[in-house]
Design a protein around this ligand. Structure first.
Ligand SMILES: Cc1cc2nc3c(=O)[nH]c(=O)nc-3n(C[C@H](O)[C@H](O)[C@H](O)COP(=O)(O)OP(=O)(O)OC[C@H]3O[C@@H](n4cnc5c(N)ncnc54)[C@H](O)[C@@H]3O)c2cc1C
Length: 343
């Protein structure tokens, strides 16, 4: 990448994998980057839920690496000790039968939890948590972020919105309506996630299972992942259609339905858990992601990235954020060149 004029300021909305991958590459090129997230921590859908002694990967369960750029990144994380291969036995459950899983897939997890990936990406970034952006405001001096309590941050030379598509559409509607129009056509499905801990190991000969024809789509023994300590913990993910239909149901009703589905799928009774917690992912996965790796409006420097652009996985989020950072750097270079020609 050519020389970028110094003192460029970029805001990133969203401290998930895509936003932080974008922030990291921009920061490596000397851009002054600030990341804002509405949550208390980083990681978004690839984060670890902690409660007392318990920790669960409530969203992303593992990641795979196919693209050469992401393969190299995962190698670096493994060398740094913040990710490791998960060698748990993975199967498919169908009609009470246990079928073999896809044996050749190499799966990785963050160590000691999924959040370590975002913490590592964010290590040289300025991250402001607890800041919910409600809209972007653009004028001739740049773009400002407006928070829910009407606080303004900025102005910034460029803004990257790295949130799920429906949230992106709402944020950029007034400042970048064309971008909003594309984002609002990208659907997202929900996921109801049940996290449970038990005193004793469940008598199941596998650690992860894709579940067919059930309210559940995936169950895993979270405690079988490398670096996890303590009791037997499981994460149960409800299938997208079941999650969408039951998203607003009473917690007890959802929990009981998922426990019954687990018993039906595995054939094993579920003992009374030591800990049980339901998480409702409103925007979990985009079933029909865009073919483009990112969206960018070169008239105002507002861009959008995330797994809904490059593929509904941690890898897609990483590649999307990285590709948008390259586009923003190129845009700064183009701006500098055009000013140089005019002077
Ligand atoms: C239940 C579930 C299971 C999954 N399983 C897997 C899996 O096994 N393997 C895999 O590779 N992927 C899996 N994924 C997908 C993976 O988690 C995502 O693809 C990836 O984490 C998306 O990263 P992102 O940066 O695009 O978005 P996100 O992680 O959603 O990050 C967006 C961030 O923006 C913040 N934000 C949103 N709105 C605002 C606002 N208005 N102001 C400020 N901040 C805001 C959020 O708090 C969040 O931190 C799973 C996801 C879920 C939910």
């Amino acid at each position: 990448m050519d020389i970028v004029e110094s003192f460029k300021k970029v805001a990133i909305v969203g401290a998930g994998v895509s936003g932080l991958a974008c922030a990291k590459l921009l920061g490596d090129h000397g851009i002054d980057v600030v990341v804002f997230d509405k949550s208390r921590g980083t990681g978004g859908r690839a984060s670890t839920h902690r409660s007392g002694d318990y920790a669960f990967d409530s969203g992303a369960q593992y990641f795979t690496a196919r693209d050469a750029l992401f393969v190299a990144q995962v190698d670096e994380w493994v060398t740094a000790g913040i990710a490791a291969a998960w060698r748990g036995e993975t199967v498919r459950l169908r009609d009470g039968e246990v079928l073999p899983g896809q044996g050749s897939t190499q799966r990785f997890v963050g160590m000691p939890g999924m959040s370590s990936i975002s913490r590592h990406l964010a290590r040289d970034c300025r991250v402001t948590t607890g800041f919910r952006v409600v809209r972007l405001e653009q004028d001739r001096d740049g773009v400002a972020l407006v928070s829910q309590d009407d606080h303004r941050e900025g102005r910034f030379d460029a803004v990257v919105v790295a949130t799920p598509a429906p949230q992106t559409a709402a944020l950029v509607r007034s400042a970048a309506p064309d971008l909003a129009a594309v984002a609002e056509r990208v659907p997202f499905s929900a996921c109801l996630a049940l996290m449970v801990a038990f005193r004793d190991r469940l008598p199941l000969g596998f650690d992860g299972a894709f579940v067919d024809d059930s309210p559940l789509s995936w169950v895993s023994r979270d405690s079988s992942k490398p670096g996890r300590l303590g009791d037997e913990t499981w994460v149960l993910h409800a299938a997208p259609s079941w999650s969408d239909e039951n998203f607003a149901a009473e917690e007890e009703v959802i929990v009981e339905s998922l426990r019954q589905a687990f018993v039906r799928a595995t054939g094993v009774a579920m003992p009374e858990p030591l800990y049980s917690r339901l998480h409702r992912w409103r925007y979990a996965l985009p079933p029909e992601p865009l073919p483009d790796r990112f969206l960018f409006d070169a008239t105002n420097g507002i861009g959008a990235c995330g797994d809904w652009c490059a593929g509904p996985r941690v890898e897609g989020a990483f590649l999307s954020g990285t590709a948008l950072a390259e586009r923003v750097l190129q845009w700064f270079v183009e701006g500098a060149e055009s000013r140089a020609r005019r002077s």
